[in-house]
Write a new protein. Structure first.
Length: 99
């Protein structure tokens, strides 16, 4: 799917996950060649774009650029992670990991 992005270069920060049916991560499945097609990159930051180092920009601006780069697509292999604010433990407890 990355080949379909129309950019010369970019560096995305994210986490590759294979989710169980309940949405929790299945780390053992990541090592399985048979399940590789189920892997999803949850993209949450854009570090570099077309040669420009974006680390000095505020995170919210980098996330806006990331959203534009990958789009609001229904592609399963790359999913944009929305910007979240609040207490990390509370936010994490409310988030489903799967689709």
């Amino acid at each position: 799917m990355v080949q379909r992005l129309d950019k010369r270069s970019f560096l995305i920060d994210g986490e590759v996950v294979i989710a169980r049916d309940d949405g929790t991560p299945n780390f053992r499945a990541l090592r399985s060649r048979r399940r590789g097609h189920e892997a999803v990159l949850f993209a949450f930051d854009l570090i570099e774009h077309d040669g420009d180092d974006l680390r000095d920009l505020p995170l919210i601006e980098r996330k806006r650029l990331l959203a534009r780069l990958i789009g609001r697509t229904k592609r399963r292999s790359i999913q944009f992670v929305e910007h979240l604010t609040g207490d990390g433990r509370r936010v994490r407890a409310c988030l489903p990991l799967g689709p």
